[in-house]
Design a protein around this ligand. Structure first.
Ligand SMILES: C[S@@+](CC[C@H](N)C(=O)[O-])C[C@H]1O[C@@H](n2cnc3c(N)ncnc32)[C@H](O)[C@@H]1O
Length: 272
């Protein structure tokens, strides 16, 4: 396929990209026809989906605020996506102007836009990386010399672990990330689930096989296991809209309609 002018060659326009479809649903401008076609098809099957994606973003914002209240001032946001609306550093720096954030994404469009948007911002860094290779992400993050891994860090995995199939051992990936995090660190996960979901949601999930990144839906128990032996903050792993909603009116009668669980846990190990 012919690349439009100015587009880096590594950007694959022959397949839709999860990051660009997500950007489209959030109202961003960083997407192409092929992404919008898939988005339209998904939206027709699951009218709730755009709302689900926004709910995921809201969950992330609430979780980041809880981490800031706990004194976390540095964040590693893996699967950060295209910085469309309400980025983590904006949320964090509104409370703590010194908060630092490293954004990591596998998608070259997401990375290119993040780099553009954050050029000249010395409190943020961007890594083109793959969650399935956490050692590389961690060594690149150290090289940026922006976060201090001897201090508590907020590891954010919002809407990304479901892109790691069981064959790529997501449990091991999570164990590696937890093992590097200092005591007091927090882990935020939101993850799509098949639990309590209507058939059309499960059918739409199958469409994700057309992107470079197919989704693996998991049970609440499987998602909870990703937190390992860290201490889950209240209310535990719940449908993400129900996780510390700002106001009861925000919660719809059917909190399950969003098809994803969210949770936050803290590393209570003492320094060894
Ligand atoms: C649904 S978006 C979530 C964006 C953001 N975290 C949020 O919650 O608003 C998922 C992002 O994960 C990225 N992604 C998928 N697989 C990945 C992997 N193996 N490593 C890093 N990022 C990945 C996609 O490119 C996409 O930008």
């Amino acid at each position: 396929m012919q690349q439009p002018d100015g587009l880096p060659a590594e950007i694959d326009l022959s397949r839709p990209s999860a990051a660009r479809v997500y950007d489209y649903f959030l109202g961003g401008a960083h997407n192409f026809d092929i992404d919008r076609q898939l988005a339209a098809q998904i939206a027709a099957m699951t009218p709730n989906l755009p709302a689900t994606m926004r709910a995921g973003r809201e969950f992330l914002r609430r979780a980041v605020r809880v981490l800031l209240d706990a004194g976390i001032d540095q964040f590693l946001d893996i699967g950060s996506g295209i910085p469309t609306v309400g980025n983590v550093h904006e949320v964090a720096q509104a409370t703590n102007p010194k908060a630092r954030v490293i954004y990591v994404d596998i998608d070259p469009v997401a990375v290119a836009h993040s780099r553009d948007l954050l050029a000249g911002n010395d409190t943020t860094g961007v890594i083109h990386g793959d969650l399935r290779d956490p050692d590389r992400i961690l060594s690149e993050a150290r090289r940026l010399d922006l976060l201090d891994f001897d201090q508590p860090v907020g590891i954010l995995l919002a809407g990304v672990v479901h892109f790691v199939p069981d064959t790529d051992r997501p449990g091991d990936v999570l164990a590696t990330l937890r093992a590097t995090a200092a005591p007091g660190s927090h882990l935020v996960i939101s993850h799509s689930t098949f639990e309590d979901q209507p058939q059309e949601m499960l059918d739409a999930q199958r469409l994700s096989a057309r992107t470079a990144t197919e989704i693996t839906l998991r049970s609440r128990a499987e998602i909870t296991a990703f937190f390992g032996d860290w201490t889950l903050l209240e209310p535990g792993v719940v449908h993400m809209e129900l996780w510390r909603a700002d106001s009861p009116s925000e919660v719809t009668v059917d909190g399950q309609r969003f098809g994803a669980f969210g949770g936050v846990a803290r590393n209570d190990r003492s320094a060894g």
